[in-house]
Write a protein that binds this ligand. Structure first.
Ligand code: SF4
Length: 400
């Protein structure tokens, strides 16, 4: 019997487990969908071992030991922003814009050109919202990137930016997303979702697009035959019912379009923002949240732990709690989470680092492109650097 099967068997034999949790476990093992009420119960009563075993069962059923990563870099055109989201440590208000940065199209192209000849497959572009970054700016940017490097996947902007620029330029969502596709946009990242429920969203992200508008823009993008990701910012002032409401809305849209690739829970960090008084969630709560996300979003292929936000050690543990993707090499090109106090102050990992991080917990590292096409299986790959260390003798005390 495999370790996963033993863990599941242990759950089913556990006489102390309540009947409702036992029933949920059986549903999950039979691939039946759990209801919002059952999801709520998992948040309220599901213990870490129980949730982890079930989430890992689902993870291994879908992906075995395969764990995905990609080689990417981020470009953040500006950290000055019209909005004042209370959880945001990254943005600078317009009246203090001299403290931030505002890149021109040429500045951004220069950043992209720094990766000429490097085996990166994706540029991830998100940032603050300002009037000069409009439909014209972004369409010219996407076209220029594609002209310079046609094979580079452009994953850019969230409904927060799209809602703003389409409104400003008086184009409908449908027209706007079609214009972006024609300009070279390949996919949309999952940001800006925060918590959809207005009771929370109005308090933490008032003024920017609503939950319905976020979902509608993704729906339109999916109807164009394109793919995107989804996120949830958790662990601040929301309650479990708001998380379930959020997951349920994503699950319903995914039933309709099938256009989401991966779900990324994002942990609220409390450094240097308007919610610094709100304590951060514990690692145990983080792990429970990832596991429940895996169990609830039964129509999402992938659950991703974004390592610059959660830290590489927790990301490694999460590979046994439903997660099958840990994002990319990043190359120290995002400031969004380091400025909010994450453990990763200069987020960058070489491919070798990422591969070894995955291997050390017994998983198989697979480099993917943005659309999850396999680029290289690193399971048995030997890096040149590893070759150089072959002559070293293992410590006898460890080998005994
Ligand atoms: S989260 Fe985004 S929209 Fe909100 S203030 Fe920060 S940069 Fe602006």
């Amino acid at each position: 019997m495999t370790l996963t099967a033993r863990r599941i068997d242990h759950i089913l034999q556990d006489k102390t487990l309540s009947a409702p949790l036992q029933a949920i476990a059986e549903k999950i093992l039979n691939d039946e969908r759990i209801t919002p009420e059952e999801g709520q119960l998992l948040f309220e009563k599901g213990e870490l071992g129980y949730l982890g075993a079930l989430a890992n069962y689902q993870r291994e059923k879908r992906h075995g030991n395969r764990t995905y990563f990609n080689r990417n870099f981020h470009v953040e055109p500006t950290n000055v922003c019209l909005y004042t989201c209370t959880f945001c440590s990254y943005s600078r208000l317009i009246k203090k814009r001299e403290e931030g940065w505002e890149y021109s199209l040429e500045d951004i192209l220069d950043i992209v050109k720094k990766y000429d000849g490097e085996p990166v497959t994706e540029v991830h572009i998100v940032g603050g919202v300002l009037p000069q970054y409009d439909v014209k700016f972004y369409t010219e940017l996407f076209k220029a990137i594609k002209k310079h490097r046609p094979d580079l996947h452009v994953k850019a902007l969230t409904p927060v930016e799209y809602h703003y620029i389409f409104k400003k330029d008086k184009v409908t969502y449908e027209e706007g997303m079609r214009i972006m596709k024609e300009a070279g946009l390949d996919s949309m990242p999952g940001g800006g979702a925060e918590i959809f429920h207005p009771e929370i969203r109005d308090q933490i992200a008032g003024g920017k697009c609503s939950g319905e508008q976020w979902l509608r823009i993704h729906e339109i993008w999916h109807e164009l035959g394109m793919r995107s990701n989804a996120t949830m910012l958790y662990g601040h002032i929301e309650r479990f019912e708001h998380r379930i409401d959020h997951l349920e809305k994503l699950r319903q849209l995914q039933d309709k379009t099938g256009g989401f690739q991966t779900f990324i829970p994002l942990k609220f960090r409390n450094q240097d923002n308007q919610m610094s008084h709100v304590p951060e969630s514990t690692v145990v709560e983080d792990m429970r949240n990832y596991a429940i996300s895996r169990l609830y979003l039964d129509n999402f292929d992938h659950i991703k732990a974004y390592w610059p936000m959660i830290g590489r050690n927790v990301a490694q543990m999460l590979l046994s709690f439903g997660v099958d993707d840990i994002d990319g090499t990043i190359d120290d090109t995002t400031k969004i989470y380091s400025m909010a106090g994450s453990e990763e102050q200069t987020p960058a990992m070489s491919t070798r680092d990422l591969v070894n991080l995955i291997r050390r917990v017994g998983r198989e590292p697979i480099e993917r492109d943005t659309l999850y096409n396999v680029i290289q299986d690193y399971t048995d790959h030997v890096f040149e650097e590893d070759e150089q260390f072959k002559g070293y003798t293992a410590l006898p005390v460890v080998n005994r």
